[in-house]
Design a protein around this ligand. Structure first.
Ligand code: FES
Length: 321
């Protein structure tokens, strides 16, 4: 059962493919508090009538418990969650959702904050800017989109950030957007970096930060959508060491989904490789890690592996479960 019944108070077309949803509690009560960077899991219904959950970050002011705001990109090649939100819902409808959870919080140790957003990755970053601004904390926000009319929440970002907001319009060519090399050079002590957006942006930011000597614990990131299953992937086998059972994982499915369908009890949340809840130990085989959460130490020394997104090199892997 879901934690929250949320009534859609208002839907606004932010850009040609992004809608914002203003949600209030269906019974008029205050909503649970949340912290900047949090998301809720919304129950969506697919074309075939099956239900599933999708995680959407909260873009609204964390101090405001009267309503939540989501910003949702309609993904042409998505699995149907965003199409449901865009095409099937109207103002006045009630949706079911989880309480807010936060896998991407601000860091109390930060003396200064560098916020970077690409596309719809703006949603948690905007909530962070709201909190930092309200607290009088030091921050700068850099936000890239194709064009002004394709920049969701542009007015909010300008109002919240003022001169600390830096907007980029790259026409779809990242090389014309944020100059990461310049932005991430000469890190001053106490500065933390928070980035959310497409996988390519996050990878570029992480790589550049590493090259520029940023300590790992000062670089915080969240992907706004799961990595695509690679069309090149092939079928593989997963063996669970405790039961000794073998499962076949088709090319287009994740290990986690197959194990859940088969009734294996395994913890999970994001299904995107960002929360770490599904992590299990590798007993044998060579992992192809694709998560965004495990550290090198967790992968190499503790042999952890996220079955919601990672695969096996060599066609077979044995997991402790
Ligand atoms: S379910 Fe979140 S990392 Fe796998």
């Amino acid at each position: 059962m879901s934690d929250l019944s949320l009534k859609i108070e208002k839907i606004a077309q932010e850009t040609s493919n992004v809608k914002s949803f203003l949600l209030k509690s269906n019974d008029g009560a205050a909503l649970p508090e949340f912290t900047a960077g949090a998301h809720i899991d919304v129950m969506v219904t697919g074309e075939d009538g099956t239900t599933d959950k999708r995680s959407y970050s909260l873009a609204s002011d964390p101090k405001d418990t009267s309503a939540y705001t989501l910003g949702i990109l309609r993904e042409v090649e998505g699995k149907g969650g965003s199409a449901f939100m865009h095409d099937k819902l109207s103002e006045g409808d009630v949706i079911e959702a989880s309480n807010p959870k936060n896998h991407f919080p601000l860091d109390n140790d930060a003396e200064d904050n560098l916020l970077i957003a690409g596309g719809i990755g703006v949603t948690p970053i905007l909530a962070m800017a709201r909190t930092l601004s309200a607290n009088g904390a030091k921050f700068n926000m850099h936000y890239a989109a194709r064009a002004p009319e394709e920049m969701a929440f542009k007015t909010d970002v300008e109002a919240v950030c003022g001169e600390n907001g830096h907007l980029y319009f790259d026409g779809g060519d990242p090389s014309k957007g944020i100059n990461l090399k310049e932005l991430l050079s000469n890190r001053q002590g106490g500065l933390h970096l928070f980035v959310c957006g497409p996988g390519g942006l996050i990878e570029a930011v992480r790589t550049t930060a590493t090259e520029q000597g940023w300590p790992e614990n000062t670089v915080h990131y969240e992907v706004f959508k799961p990595a695509e299953l690679d069309g090149e992937d092939s079928e593989m086998e997963v063996i669970l060491s405790e039961s000794g059972k073998t499962y076949t994982i088709p090319a287009g499915e994740t290990i986690l989904d197959v194990l859940l369908e088969e009734g294996v009890d395994i913890d999970y949340d994001c299904k995107m490789g960002i929360c770490g809840l599904c992590a299990v130990k590798v007993v044998d085989g060579e992992p192809d890690h694709r998560d965004y959460v495990l550290t090198e130490g967790e992968r190499e020394d503790e042999k952890l592996f996220c079955p919601c997104i990672s695969r096996a090199k060599g066609g077979s892997i044995t997991l402790e479960s």
